[in-house]
Design a protein around this ligand. Structure first.
Ligand SMILES: Cc1cc2nc3c(=O)[nH]c(=O)nc-3n(C[C@H](O)[C@H](O)[C@H](O)COP(=O)(O)OP(=O)(O)OC[C@H]3O[C@@H](n4cnc5c(N)ncnc54)[C@H](O)[C@@H]3O)c2cc1C
Length: 409
């Protein structure tokens, strides 16, 4: 039986480990933190957004980015680094800012999204234990022009007036006068990503072929003659038949130790988790405020508000200014939905590629496999990506077309 070390115990590494166990591998999980799911997977927006997958790069985004940078509570922050990896990522992002590139990648991601939806169902987990809800997704628009354009493209959703949005989701009542309309997509879900990670860990531990979680930090891939011969870690050198790189943002640094350049950049985002004060005043449906780029989701007894894309390098510290912005926006949009005075702030780094598509499967090394770069939708895509990885590692065809999802040196 072949052995594999999965590097990274976030949602992507944990799902990889599970699918590989089910495929007949003996699996070790390597995680540097004391617990799993405490990186980007900790308090993300909780959206399982299988159909709302369009990449961040699109026509018009560079111009909008300039406007966002000038707004006080705008969704974007940028600070120029002395790091050429930031410049090259930005150049590639700009290259992807066209309608045709956006449509092409959206089609690929829709395939991965549908696969992920099916793969999540196949897991057959007790849904309530990770607060999974088939909430549906309502995207609301403030500008009539932007709404009209979105409505013309809405192939999967139902177009609603501002009043219909509020009838469907009364938590938006305070914002009705500012809304142009909305698009509702049934079948999109929300869940607690961290609880999902904990549950997967429990499943791994109960599997007869699971060799255990090693809590150590990988520092280098030891490459020899086209293969990975070992993994240098704080617990010494570990070796295995195969290695899966699924270390979120840190994958970029680890890949570099074997001369691979992963085009991943940290898009820093924030969330608030505030206790719901009165159940009937909090949103039932998951809401995206399109122009402000803010997500609202009810996760168990909390309202999760997630937002912002800050290009400020590998720095997950909480900037109080950004939290204050998020609090202002949430209070204005859904004033009674939660007790914002008790809100717990969080910041995480989305490991993002320039076109928002993850990098899956083979690497230049015969026994090193990639499951990285899931950017803004890692929770959504984790199960599908893991099932692709396990098919490829067994030498089987991938369940979806992989154009645009493979590593290109
Ligand atoms: C504000 C925000 C909101 C988001 N909202 C959503 C959403 O609504 N829906 C959605 O689908 N996605 C969302 N995302 C994106 C999603 O959270 C990420 O894409 C996903 O968590 C990435 O998972 P990962 O396992 O690749 O990375 P991580 O969760 O960061 O896991 C990587 C793991 O590897 C470990 N590790 C790193 N380096 C090493 C090393 N050298 N040795 C050993 N272990 C190591 C880390 O400790 C960590 O546990 C959001 C992200 C943010 C920041």
């Amino acid at each position: 039986m072949q052995e594999v070390i999965v590097i990274g115990g976030g949602v992507v590494g944990l799902t990889s480990a599970w699918w590989l166990l089910e495929a007949g591998f003996r699996v070790t999980l390597l995680e540097r933190a004391a617990a799993v799911g405490t990186g980007a997977s900790f308090r993300n927006g909780g959206q399982l957004s299988y159909r709302y997958v369009a990449p961040l790069a699109d026509a018009g985004v560079p111009l909008k980015a300039v406007q966002w940078l000038l707004q006080k509570d705008g969704p974007l922050r940028f600070s120029l680094e002395g790091d050429p990896r930031q410049w090259s990522w930005l150049a590639r992002f700009l290259f992807n800012c066209s309608r045709s590139a956006n449509r092409r990648t959206t089609q690929q991601l829709l395939g991965l999204g549908e696969l992920s939806r099916r793969a999540m169902a196949e897991l057959n987990l007790p849904l309530a234990a990770f607060s999974w809800r088939d909430a549906g997704k309502l995207v609301v628009y403030r500008s009539p022009k932007v709404f009209t354009r979105a409505a013309a493209l809405a192939d999967a959703g139902e177009t609603l007036t501002a009043q219909q949005c509020v009838t469907l989701e009364p938590a938006l009542a305070a914002s009705q006068s500012q809304l142009a309309g909305g698009i509702f997509t049934p079948g999109e879900a929300v869940a607690d990503c961290h609880a999902f990670c904990e549950m997967l860990k429990a499943r791994l531990l109960a599997h007869p072929n699971f060799l255990g979680v090693v809590h150590a930090e990988a520092s280098a891939l030891i490459a020899r003659q086209g293969r990975i011969a070992g993994l240098a870690t704080t617990s010494g050198v570990l070796s295995s038949d195969h290695y899966v790189l699924a270390a979120g943002m840190q994958s970029r640094e680890l890949a570099a130790t074997a001369d691979m350049k992963l085009p991943i950049y940290p898009l820093k985002g924030y969330s608030l988790s505030a206790p719901i004060a009165a159940a009937h005043l909090a949103p039932e449906i998951s809401v995206t405020d399109f122009e402000r780029k803010v997500l609202y989701a009810r996760i168990d007894r909390h309202l999760r508000v997630a937002a912002m894309v800050d290009l400020v390098g590998v720095d997950a510290r909480i900037d109080q200014d950004r939290i204050d912005s998020l609090l202002r926006i949430a209070r204005e949009t859904m004033p009674q939905a939660a007790d914002y005075a008790q809100a717990e702030p969080w910041a995480g780094l989305r490991p993002a590629t320039p076109n928002s598509a993850p990098i899956l499967g083979p690497s230049p090394y015969a026994n090193l496999w990639l499951n990285v770069g899931h950017g803004p939708l890692g929770f959504t895509f984790a199960c599908g990506s893991a099932s692709v990885l396990s098919a490829l590692m067994r030498g089987k065809p991938a369940p979806i077309a992989l154009d645009g999802l493979l590593y290109r040196p």
